[in-house]
Design a protein around this ligand. Structure first.
Ligand code: CA
Length: 98
């Protein structure tokens, strides 16, 4: 758990390096937190099911891996990555200024 908080802290300091403020920044924070919570919940649920039933659900894990490597998921990550770029430093992501 301590390692997870270190990773989260590192990710947040990396986001801090970008010149982006206001609602867009909080939207990205919210997205990252919600995404990490969903992934953690799935993994916790998967382990809980494994412990209680003794059955390793490879189908569920395979579907999960398929989902997080899917085109739409990667596109969403790419979109939020582009939303962090603010080269002129006015607080509005350059992608939204177009
Ligand atoms: Ca800008």
């Amino acid at each position: 758990m301590k390692q997870a908080t270190e990773i989260l802290r590192f990710a947040l300091t990396k986001i801090d390096d970008f010149k982006i403020q206001g609602a867009a920044r909080w939207m990205i924070y919210l997205f990252v937190v919600l995404l990490m919570c969903c992934i953690a919940l799935f993994i916790i649920g998967w382990i809980f099911t494994w412990k209680n039933t003794g059955i390793i659900s490879l189908g569920d894990m395979s579907a999960f891996i398929g989902e997080i490597t899917s085109v739409s998921f990667v596109a969403a990550i790419g979109f939020f990555g582009k939303a962090l770029v603010d080269k002129d430093g006015d607080g509005i992501p350059d992608e939204f200024e177009k």
